[in-house]
Ligand binder design. Structure first.
Ligand code: GAL
Length: 662
């Protein structure tokens, strides 16, 4: 983090503000209501290109001038968009080749949003010109706290397959391989795909059957880089013209999206911001939220980050858009805050009357102020005003969890032993750690693991030789690791590592796997020690490791499923199957105990507790996701109520607490 929105004393509270959807007389009322709701930061202008550049090179900034002045007069800071997220119809109409092309050759039309190809020079030039105009006009506006570039790059169009992108993809490849190298990396002797000249190389467009895995993987890398290049071009304009104003763009590091390698992106923003929406039909959605928040803190290298968007209640894009329960949005906000967010904002301030998102909740619903949603918004906004001292603090964690976007791109391709969802697999294991009350830092492969007692490595499908050595070195020097199935299978080009799975980690784990045995949908495998598993199993040989648990009956009767290997000064565990939730908790508690990791406080199941740490003081944030009141063995001052907690911290059913520890 090299910057933070300026002029904010307490955690940020607010949301996307789209005044262009409303007549002028509403704007004043908006500011008054925002003040009532404790709003201190709003994102303005994200989808306003068509209202700012009303025709080719004809601008109308008058309305935005007024809005920014009103917000400033109301004491509300602004994260101002450069407004490039959705090119206006006059631009796409005059330049149809600016529109992106799908893998099947269909060029997308105007009429929605994000309809641009990342390599279009016209789009880029016009986006840069608009960014310049906005920076020059508002760079010194007193309301300006930060720049919000574009919006959720890649959300709808993360890949464009047009001829121009094909050419830029070839240039990208040529910077990495000569033609022989490309043929080797992609294994093009399979199915007669050998390339004899560069102009034969294409993006992985629709083909009769399975595409080449190396080609798909490299195209995913290229597309992430192409969008990042666009972001950097927009950012550079802002950083040059207004070096003191921090720049961000909102990521989607969560269950809905994996198309960008955010480890690369995070290095390019002044502060990390993220959008998160819970999956309404998942009873454990608060645990997925926690994983996403930990991932974002990892992207921010442990520094505070900003939740740019969440929803106050229902969204409009899931199969059933359930409303949030009373108190749920508050708990969601505090979970993000606990895990390093120094502010939690929403899409959006005022619920739209027209347009595609009119049934998406907002801070101020269609039904107005006398609502559950607005009351809760006002409550949390007011509470955040009492939490100023937390701003800038970090989060304590003893466990690292490795997350790799490229393993998702490689392992989620078709024609694998089972259909595979990387994020869901990581989440499955994370849930056990969450249940055990352990806070986890999410890190990239090759991260500095100094200070972590345990590193958890779920389904790290592809690794370089250096990454394999990195994990070995950590364990050899005394670290503890837990590696799961489908790790170390392939190299960075998706070529299988030979000699038995998990190729890269056989020595570290002391195992050799000769064949995968996926389970049928709904089948359960019984294991010794009262454990059970599903989804995946493998024909594994212990090669010097200790067998912790083996299959009982079935095709793999007696075969090891959970192993533990002493390696150098450390210990490496292997999970060769997907343990069911309770079994995962059982095994993980042994792994944690062996590594000397303890929960932050002893709390009943379903009560989330995370510690934030400042220079001299620390705070515990507790979120009670259960239906029962609890009392936690914590001493200090509860900051929301101002009450001294000597004798125990009460956290009511569904409630939250923030304690400055003594
Ligand atoms: C985000 C987007 C917002 C809004 C929101 C609805 O992906 O950035 O503009 O569409 O989803 O949930």
């Amino acid at each position: 983090m090299t910057g933070w929105p300026t002029g904010l004393a307490s955690p940020s509270w607010g949301g996307d503000y789209n005044p262009e959807q409303w007549p002028e007389h509403v704007w004043k009322q908006d500011v008054e209501l925002m003040r009532r709701a404790g709003v201190n930061l709003v994102s303005v202008g994200i989808f306003a290109w068509a209202r700012l550049e009303v025709a080719d090179n004809r601008f109308d900034f008058g309305w935005l001038d007024q809005v920014l002045d009103l917000l400033h007069d109301g004491g509300i800071r602004v994260c101002l968009a450069n407004a490039t997220a959705s090119p206006p119809p006059w631009l796409t109409g005059a330049n149809p080749d600016l529109l992106p092309v799908r893998a099947d050759g269909v060029r997308l039309s105007h009429g929605s949003r994000q309809e641009y190809c990342p390599t279009s020079p016209v789009y880029r030039d016009r986006a840069i010109a608009l960014t310049e105009k906005i920076a020059l006009r508002y760079g010194e506006h007193p309301a300006l706290a930060a720049w919000h570039v574009n919006n959720e790059y890649g959300c709808h169009v993360s890949r464009c397959y047009c001829d121009r992108c094909a050419g830029v993809f070839r240039d990208w490849l040529r910077a990495r391989y000569d033609l022989d190298g490309l043929n080797r990396a992609w294994g093009t002797d399979f199915w007669s795909q050998h390339y004899s000249s560069w102009d034969q190389v294409l993006p992985p467009r629709v083909t009769p059957t399975l595409p080449n895995p190396g080609q798909v993987l490299d195209f995913a890398r290229f597309c992430s880089d192409a969008l990042l290049d666009l972001f950097c071009a927009e950012r550079d304009v802002l950083s040059e013209l207004t070096p003191d104003v921090p720049v961000t763009t909102n990521f989607m590091a969560n269950w809905t999206f994996k198309a960008l390698n955010y480890w690369h992106w995070a290095a390019e923003v002044d502060f990390v911001s993220n959008d998160h929406y819970t999956r309404a039909d998942d009873p454990e959605r608060h645990i997925e939220l926690a994983l996403s928040a930990d991932l974002v803190r990892g992207l921010s290298r442990g520094e505070p980050w900003l939740l740019m968007e969440q929803s106050t209640s229902a969204v409009n894009w899931q199969p059933r858009n359930f409303a949030k329960l009373a108190g749920e949005m508050r708990r969601n906000s505090y979970s993000h805050l606990a895990r390093g967010a120094d502010g939690t904002l929403f899409f959006q301030w005022r619920q739209s009357r027209a347009g595609a998102e009119r049934f998406h909740s907002a801070m101020l619903p269609h039904a107005g102020e006398d609502t559950k949603v607005f009351r809760e918004v006002t409550q949390v906004g007011e509470e955040y005003g009492r939490l100023a001292e937390l701003v800038g603090s970090t989060v304590d964690a003893q466990v690292a969890l490795v997350y790799d976007f490229e393993s998702a791109w490689a392992a989620e391709q078709p024609a694998h032993p089972v259909a595979f969802d990387y994020y869901a697999t990581v989440l499955g294991l994370y849930k056990a750690l969450w249940q055990l009350g352990v806070t986890v830092d999410v890190v990239p492969p090759s991260a500095d693991l100094t200070g972590y007692r345990l590193v958890v490595v779920p389904a790290l499908y592809q690794v370089t030789d250096d990454e394999a050595r990195w994990l070995e070195d950590y364990v050899r020097a005394g670290g503890h690791a837990l590696v799961t199935w489908f790790s170390g299978i392939a190299d960075e080009n998706s070529r299988v590592r030979l000699g038995g799975y998990p190729g890269a980690f056989r020595d570290l784990l002391g195992v050799r796997v000769e064949e995968f045995f996926p389970l049928a949908e709904g089948d359960t495998a019984k294991l010794t020690g009262g454990l059970s598993a599903s989804y995946w199993s493998e024909l594994l040989h212990a090669n010097g490791c200790e067998v912790v648990s083996s299959y009982v009956d079935g095709p793999l009767d007696g075969v090891p499923a959970v192993t533990r290997n002493v390696f150098g000064e450390g210990v490496a565990w292997y999970l060769a199957t997907t343990l069911d939730a309770d079994s995962a908790v059982t095994v993980l508690s042994d792994v944690l105990a062996g590594a000397g990791v303890t929960p932050i406080v002893s709390a009943p199941p379903g009560v989330e507790v995370v510690r934030r740490r400042g220079e001299r003081i620390s705070w515990l944030v507790a979120i009670n996701h259960t239906g029962a009141d609890v009392v936690l063995p914590v001493e200090g001052v509860e900051l929301i109520s101002g009450v001294d907690t000597a004798g125990g911290l009460p956290v009511p059913a569904g409630g939250v607490a923030v304690v400055r520890e003594v």
